[in-house]
Design a protein around this ligand. Structure first.
Ligand SMILES: [Zn+2]
Length: 269
């Protein structure tokens, strides 16, 4: 995942997973003089929640001596997540959830920020728990080809898409939490007020229950997908990415998902 001369942008939300990752990478990076780290925090604009996380992220970066870049939905897209959610409610949208919108906008924001700071990799704090939940969710949604695309190290499919890596993909969440406690890392423990992925919560509870009785099940699920991924990739011969006709960013459609969502938002305003 990591090279000697990488400039790695670490996506830091302010939670325990991303901050543990920042501390681990900061420790590793000291032995590699040609590599560098920069932390990126996306300010979605969630009043009373993100402000606290931003302070925590900033103080960890200061402590570690790591450059910290903050990008906001408001400055990039003209809307805060609070405003997006308000509009979603007004439209009574059922197909688009706040988490889905936020995910699309955040991925784009991260990619733009990573390019701005000259990073060649984006590291995220996804744990084994996140990965296995996502695997089952993709199956529950019938979205099996996504299993091929969402992998621990993404392919370099377009020069404008910064490669993403998930160094904690085989580490259980309990261990990243333990690391944060042992190292006395300050992190935000409150969940996002908009967290509304009901199905993910069910899947999490189910996996935790099974893991409790059969330790290692999460890891087995993760490894199973790793093993069948080459076959899935054969199935998923993707058309090449083009550039969005609105914003010029890479997309598989004519207009990228971010621009589609933003258009929908302004139309409903
Ligand atoms: Zn676009």
């Amino acid at each position: 995942m990591l090279g000697f001369e990488d400039r790695v942008a670490v996506a830091v939300s302010g939670g325990k997973d991303s901050l543990s990752l920042l501390h681990v990478l900061a420790k590793l990076e000291r032995s590699f003089p040609k590599a560098s780290l920069v932390a990126i925090t996306v300010d979605e604009g969630i009043r009373g929640y993100r402000d606290e996380a931003l302070k925590i992220a900033a103080s960890n970066c200061r402590e570690l001596g790591i450059e910290h870049e903050v990008v906001s939905f408001k400055e990039l897209f003209g809307l805060t997540l609070d405003e997006v959610v308000k509009r979603l409610h007004r439209k009574r949208s059922e197909s688009l959830t706040s988490c889905a919108c936020c995910g699309v906008l955040r991925r784009k924001a991260l990619n733009l920020a990573a390019r701005k700071v000259g990073a060649n990799k984006i590291a995220t704090g996804h744990t084994l728990d996140d990965e296995t939940q996502t695997i089952l969710l993709n199956i529950f949604h019938g979205d099996v080809l996504r299993l091929a695309r969402e992998k621990p190290v993404t392919d370099e499919v377009h020069p404008k898409l910064v490669q993403k890596i998930k160094p904690f993909c085989e580490i259980p969440e309990k261990e990243t939490a333990l690391y944060a406690y042992v190292r006395k890392i300050k992190f935000q423990s409150r969940p996002c007020p908009f967290a509304s992925e009901a199905l993910r919560n069910d899947v999490r509870a189910m996996l935790d229950k099974v893991e409790e009785n059969r330790a290692g099940v999460k890891y087995t699920i993760f490894r199973s997908i790793e093993r069948i991924r080459p076959a899935l990739e054969e199935l998923d011969k993707r058309e090449g990415l083009t550039e969005c006709s609105e914003c010029g960013e890479p997309t598989s459609e004519k207009v990228c998902r971010t621009c589609q969502i933003l258009k929908q938002m302004t139309r409903s305003a």
